[in-house]
Design a protein around this ligand. Structure first.
Ligand SMILES: NC(=O)c1ccc[n+]([C@@H]2O[C@H](COP(=O)([O-])OP(=O)(O)OC[C@H]3O[C@@H](n4cnc5c(N)ncnc54)[C@H](OP(=O)(O)O)[C@@H]3O)[C@@H](O)[C@H]2O)c1
Length: 219
């Protein structure tokens, strides 16, 4: 297995990269700024300079990767096209490139509540709408996928247990980015994670369960 990570310099993406490296899975990281990436990511990661908006470059960027993990996301800004471009068009470009390269598994990080149009997060230029359309594009792509919808992301890890549920059953809660990264990496090898949407949060009162059981419990 060789893992291609898009959004690798992001707060979640960098944790995905570190988790893959810790499991001795070779990583090819798509980054916009090589110097920034060098200062953030472990040294034994292959860096590819690129942008998900540049569709024609992505097949080459994927190289000999066999799986893809996408944790890109538009940063809050005054540009009303930001989420449309990054969270929809960019992700579609990556899905198309992955199809061309017969990628074995595509893990996409989106968000809780992507199905809720009247959600405050959509005040950020309809970001949930575009994420939902990207999810649907992946589901129809023919690729094997896992869509990971986390609650509010936190940089600090904690000892809370992960709660994993089916699409559109969780609407609040938070989760450390480290746990999101682990769920994404577990999805690559867990047969019951295939072709599912999983919603995740973490709670202190939840009973810890093995990932196989968590994924298997999702319809
Ligand atoms: N914040 C929350 O509470 C929350 C909750 C649920 C879901 N989410 C979603 O979870 C995902 C990860 O969130 P995060 O806060 O960890 O992300 P983040 O730190 O904002 O990182 C986003 C990454 O996307 C990259 N990116 C943006 N535009 C790109 C482009 N055109 N081409 C290539 N890469 C591009 C950024 O690159 P640079 O490093 O070069 O800027 C960065 O690496 C996002 O989709 C986010 O919307 C967030």
């Amino acid at each position: 297995m060789k893992a291609f990570v898009a959004g690798a310099t992001g707060e979640t993406g960098r944790r995905i990269v570190t988790e893959l490296v810790a499991r001795n899975i070779p990583v090819r990281a798509l980054v916009r700024d090589i110097d920034k990436a060098r200062s953030i990511l472990p040294p034994n990661v292959e860096l590819v300079q690129g942008d998900v908006l540049e569709a024609a470059t992505l097949a080459t960027a994927l190289g000999d990767s066999t799986v893809v993990l996408c944790a890109t996301g538009a940063k809050p800004s005054l540009d009303p096209t930001g989420p449309y471009k990054v969270d929809l068009e960019g992700t579609k470009n990556l899905i198309d490139a992955a199809k061309g390269k017969e990628i074995e598994h595509f893990v996409l990080v989106t968000s809780l509540c992507t199905s809720q149009f009247f959600h405050p997060l959509n005040l950020f230029w309809l970001i949930l709408v575009w994420k939902k359309q990207a999810e649907e594009y992946l589901q129809k792509s023919g690729l094997t996928y896992t869509i990971v919808r986390p609650g509010g992301l936190k940089n600090e890890d904690n000892s809370d247990a992960v709660i994993m549920q089916s699409a559109d059953t969780l609407s609040e809660g938070s989760i450390p980015r480290q746990k999101v990264a682990i769920v994404c990496v577990e999805a690559l090898t867990e047969p019951s994670a295939r072709n599912k949407i999983v919603e995740i949060v973490a709670k202190p009162e939840a009973a810890p369960k093995p990932f196989g059981e968590l994924f298997a419990g999702v319809a």
